[in-house]
Design a protein. Structure first.
Length: 102
């Protein structure tokens, strides 16, 4: 994977900051660099820009229970529909968001 350009990193950091604050209110956390596993695809691991997940801390860097998966797109990746996109979509759809009273 090619290194991210500074603009991409800044967008990712700003998104992380906003999502982590919101996630914390529901007992969840936003994480960058977390690897996703999916029951639908056993031989592929995706590393999206951000993942929001709830529950106890992971013992490894692999999650099967994302509530939200975020990928920062650039003009060159705006038609992001490859295997990683389909995988991340299946991983995120395998779990519905946890509801908590407000």
């Amino acid at each position: 994977m090619a290194p991210q350009i500074e603009r991409h990193q800044r967008i990712q950091q700003n998104l992380w900051r906003a999502l982590d604050d919101l996630a914390a209110k529901r007992g969840c956390v936003a994480l960058a660099g977390l690897r996703l596993l999916s029951g639908a695809v056993e031989d592929y691991v995706a590393i999206p820009d951000l993942v929001v997940r709830c529950g106890p801390p992971l013992e490894s860097g692999y999650a099967k229970d994302p509530v939200l998966v975020a990928e920062v797109l650039s003009p060159s990746t705006s038609r992001f529909t490859g295997p990683s996109w389909h995988f991340q979509r299946s991983a995120a759809q395998s779990r519905s968001p946890r509801s908590t009273p407000t």
